[in-house]
Design a protein around this ligand. Structure first.
Ligand SMILES: NC(=O)c1ccc[n+]([C@@H]2O[C@H](COP(=O)([O-])OP(=O)(O)OC[C@H]3O[C@@H](n4cnc5c(N)ncnc54)[C@H](O)[C@@H]3O)[C@@H](O)[C@H]2O)c1
Ligand SMILES: O=P(O)(O)OC[C@@H](O)[C@@H](O)[C@H](O)[C@H](O)CO
Length: 380
């Protein structure tokens, strides 16, 4: 049976990418540090993916197993040697940590076979696979690098499916929204995978996805958190926040339409569809999950700062994005390591310092001034 090795047996790993490989006739080897999930995958050899709809349709995902990347390095290397695809859904910050083991696997593989391997990072980050490739290259010597570059294709991608934190401790089953989109950038002929869409240029797809789905999500999460809401759908029921989301997506929309020559009517339909996805009450998607890792979300190329600075450059409105950035800076959720770090930075050095160090915005920039103004108002 064909094999795919997937790093990260979490929500997107089991609920989306791993499921698509299994449905496409692959045996999926999940690699993770979560011992319990790995043991369960090896014992149960299957799990269910349930759709968050009234009917709760369920699909059984079979041909799965698990490996622990800390305790089973050699087995992971073997799996990399035997696989046609290597994918990740582990979080952008974790990619540098798994790179040494992937490098080891690729080194062993290219010594034995010149069969193509496709490496695809499925993270919410622009050029995540290119970044992963860079981290891997740091661990390869020159001769091996050449072979890896000849036999391994590194493909960027955009992934879209809302998978909340699961409320079923001890079970491998995953509740997911019905909608999904996986776009992979390549001009090569690659083995077909159910649900994978191939495009020659990813930029319009990933920017449209990140700056609509993830920007909208972030706005709901940060304003919802400030308003003591628990879930995304509950927050969106608040009229003021709903208006704020629409206004912010109006700003990212104007930038996207301008940048990628999108049809404004089609883009409005895309926004409406996404807002309806956020309203799915079956998901119980927490504002603290969606707002997680605020330092990552406030970085220059992510869902808030990049569309705001791009809009500013294009002479478009960015005031609602600036307000959302200010709300993100007030996310003081104690169980989120990055939120704690961000609050400590603000307390010690002030907002202007954080805008410079985290968001890459000079104090003198109009955008930084606008964010600072909103921060003052929101903080009260
Ligand atoms: N959940 C969603 O709705 C969604 C949708 C699209 C994209 N994404 C992206 O997918 C990625 C994963 O998100 P998720 O929601 O599935 O997160 P998750 O926390 O459910 O899954 C991440 C998995 O990675 C594992 N992990 C963490 N550190 C590791 C390490 N050093 N070695 C091996 N495994 C490790 C964790 O144990 C966990 O099982 C993120 O980049 C996220 O932005 C998520
Ligand atoms: O995964 P993050 O932390 O980058 O973003 C949180 C959510 O916006 C995200 O997981 C969405 O649910 C997902 O991107 C939908 O496709």
């Amino acid at each position: 049976m064909k094999k795919a090795v997937h790093f990260g047996a979490g929500n997107i790993g089991r609920g989306f990418i791993g499921a698509l490989f299994s449905e496409s006739g692959y045996h999926v080897v999940f690699v993770d540090i979560a011992e319990q999930i790995i043991n369960q995958l090896n014992e149960e050899k299957k799990y269910s993916v349930m759709l968050a709809t009234d009917e709760q349709e369920t699909v059984t995902i079979e041909n799965v197993s698990g490996l622990n990347n800390i305790k089973q390095e050699n087995e992971v290397v073997e799996a990399i040697k035997e696989s046609a695809f290597l994918t990740t859904a582990i979080g952008p910050n974790i990619l540098p940590r798994i790179a040494p083991l992937i490098a080891k696997g690729l080194s062993a593989r290219v010594e034995e076979t010149s069969e193509k391997l496709y490496v695809i990072a499925c993270e919410n980050q622009i050029s995540a696979t290119d970044l992963l490739k860079g981290y891997i290259m740091e661990h390869l010597d020159e001769a091996v690098k050449e072979k890896v570059l000849a036999n391994v294709s590194f493909l960027n991608s955009a992934v879209d499916r809302i998978v909340p934190i699961q409320n079923n401790q001890g079970s491998l089953d995953v509740l997911v929204e019905p909608y999904h989109e996986w776009v992979v950038e390549t001009t090569q002929d690659i083995p077909p995978i159910e649900g994978m869409k191939i495009v020659p240029e990813l930029a319009p797809y990933i920017e449209r996805k990140l700056f609509t789905v993830n920007t909208g999500h972030a706005v709901i999460a940060y304003f919802g958190y400030l308003a003591n809401k628990e879930t995304i759908d509950q927050t969106l029921a608040d009229e003021e926040i709903h208006k704020q989301v629409k206004a912010t997506l109006g700003e990212t929309g104007a930038y996207l339409i301008n940048e990628y020559n999108l049809d404004p009517e089609d883009h409005q339909k895309y926004i409406d569809k996404i807002i309806s996805r956020f309203q799915n009450a079956h998901l119980h998607d927490g504002v603290t999950r969606v707002g997680r890792s605020p330092i990552r979300k406030l970085s220059p190329d992510d869902r808030l700062v990049r569309p705001a600075s791009q809009a500013q450059k294009a002479g478009l409105s960015y005031t609602n994005l600036a307000k959302a950035i200010a709300a993100a800076m007030l996310f003081d959720y104690k169980e989120d390591e990055e939120a704690v770090k961000l609050q400590a930075m603000i307390k010690e050095h002030g907002v202007a310092y954080v805008l410079q160090e985290v968001c890459g915005l000079a104090e003198s920039s109009e955008l930084a001034k606008e964010i600072n103004r909103h921060y003052g108002v929101l903080k009260g």
